[in-house]
Design a protein around this ligand. Structure first.
Ligand SMILES: [Zn+2]
Length: 148
């Protein structure tokens, strides 16, 4: 399952990028501000930035400081809630997670984790294993509040 929206986040928006990945959105994180990219407006990605540039299309200016406020604004503008597939993407490297066979998971996660969870996913790129609760900072709880 994939979402229809892809993003590029500018350097000042690292937390927002992490949250968007948690919500299942493809979000590339720029380590340097990309002021010169010629194809930005015809890219299939929405560029998220804190720098105002009214001539740019496919750019959303993020004026809010708090990440939950930033997400609310994005939800108003482009209906994040309707499109998100939460906890389907690797926070670390932006790759779509794949379901993991429970027998394989048994060999690779701590026993107490295996016993208390039914569903495991793995990032095919970096190998990180996820289960409900691994998305840090109580993100799941905050996601449900955000979109309630
Ligand atoms: Zn990964």
């Amino acid at each position: 399952m994939t979402t229809e929206l892809n993003f590029t986040a500018s350097p000042a928006l690292g937390r927002l990028c992490r949250w968007l990945r948690t919500l299942g959105f493809d979000c590339i994180y720029l380590h340097q501000e990309d002021r010169t990219a010629p194809d930005r407006s015809c890219s299939d990605r929405i560029y998220l930035t804190r720098h105002v540039d009214p001539n740019e299309r496919s750019v959303i200016f993020i004026g809010q400081d708090k990440v939950l406020d930033q997400l609310k604004v994005l939800d108003m503008l482009i209906s994040l809630k309707r499109r998100c597939v939460a906890l389907s993407r690797c926070i670390r490297c932006n790759t779509t997670l794949i379901n993991m066979n429970r027998h394989t998971a048994k060999l690779e996660v701590p026993e107490h984790v295996f016993i208390s969870h039914d569903r495991f996913t793995r990032c095919p790129s970096c190998g990180r294993i996820y289960w409900p609760g691994t998305h840090v900072d109580r993100m799941e709880e905050r996601i449900s509040k955000l979109f309630s």
